[in-house]
Design a protein around this ligand. Structure first.
Ligand code: SF4
Length: 347
């Protein structure tokens, strides 16, 4: 598909376009990576962040939330629990928290690797190159860093620059690849100011970055964040709608354009649609990340409101399994590196 065709699909309001694209994406997923769905246990270990992203509830200016940091032992305990449920990957996620220095994170990573052997995915934001290298050497396998939008002017508006020198997001994605990580990125869809034209460029950027994993998260407004307050001021004539149909359309187009990647059903998708796992899988996703963070912490990881969570992890897994089966797929065991990564890295 060329740029003009993609743009026309994104601007279309015809519901048939969404169903045709999701059906096609499901077929592409089946042919390219099969019906296996891999689980990753998500651990949100710190809600401290030095950045001021205008859409995010844990941005540094939000003084109305109670922040937390999990201890090393608590993080390790979560990784062991993940292993005990036969889930092959832990995803360690936090704000950009300088308390977790390069060496401190490296100690946690090597302890998890030593005790469990499971794959480790990091989602820790923009970090110095030396830290990324250290963590890879300590045993980290994957890194997630969404570029959110390819429109640099818009990105600077929603993601004010850091006060310390850091590699830019695209530069960091390239660096992660050179360091041998399996590299994931993604975007937010439907936020104020994002146009259909810029979302088309996002899809093309996915292709040119040659990513291994891509996550699509619909914008969930968080009351009290600068973006939620400004909403009327910054929309445009070509505004990308903040609708489920748009989110699924972009998920489907991503799978069609990048057939051999891994694609998670994002937490944001599940937040705005109770059937988000099932429908995301039907639209081409093949990864689900059940949340393993202790409930009293997870409730305070307030990046956006309305995150869905059941108290008992076993019950959450049963629900995931049902969604997976209802989507015509099956839960697979193991680390589940993407086919794209295996082929490009020869692993
Ligand atoms: S989006 Fe990430 S970097 Fe930005 S404020 Fe939220 S946690 Fe921090």
């Amino acid at each position: 598909m060329n740029r003009r065709e993609l743009l026309s699909l994104l601007r279309s309001t015809d519901p048939a376009v969404v169903s045709e694209l999701t059906e096609e994406a499901g077929r592409v997923r089946d042919q390219s990576v099969g019906k296996a769905v891999y689980l990753r246990g998500l651990v949100e270990f710190s809600s401290y962040c030095r950045r001021g992203c205008t859409y995010c509830g844990i941005n540094c200016a939000n003084s109305r939330i109670t922040r937390y940091r999990m201890t090393d032992a608590e993080i390790l305990g979560c990784a062991e629990a993940i292993q005990s449920y036969a889930i092959g990957t832990v995803v360690l996620q936090s704000g950009e928290d300088s308390f977790f220095t390069g060496p401190k994170m490296a100690t946690i990573i090597s302890a998890i690797k030593e005790r469990t052997g499971i794959a480790i995915t990091l989602s820790l934001g923009e970090r110095p190159a030396a830290d990324l290298k250290l963590w890879r050497e300590a045993g980290a396998d994957r890194y997630l860093l969404r570029f959110e939008t390819s429109d640099q002017k818009l990105f600077s508006k929603i993601h004010p620059p850091a006060t310390i020198p850091l590699p830019g997001r695209i530069e960091q994605l390239q660096l992660l690849r050179e360091l041998g990580y399996e590299v994931g990125s993604g975007i937010m869809t439907g936020f104020p100011g994002q146009t259909c034209a810029s979302a088309t460029d996002d899809l093309l950027l996915f292709q040119s970055l040659d990513l291994d994993m891509i996550g699509i998260g619909p914008y969930v407004p968080h009351p009290g964040t600068p973006m939620a307050d400004e909403i009327g001021d910054i929309t445009s004539d070509d505004q990308l709608p903040n609708t489920l149909a748009t989110a699924y359309k972009i998920v489907a187009l991503t799978r069609i354009l990048c057939p051999s990647i891994n694609m998670p059903c994002t937490t944001a998708l599940r937040t705005i649609d109770p059937a988000g796992y099932r429908e995301g899988l039907k639209a081409g996703c093949n990864v689900i990340m059940p949340n393993v963070t202790p409930l009293d912490y997870s409730e305070r990881y307030d990046i956006y409101p309305g995150k869905k969570r059941v108290a008992q992890f076993e019950q959450a897994l049963d629900l995931v399994e049902k969604d997976v089966t209802d989507a015509g797929c099956f839960v697979a065991s193991g680390a589940g590196a993407s086919r794209h990564y295996r082929e490009r890295s020869g692993r």
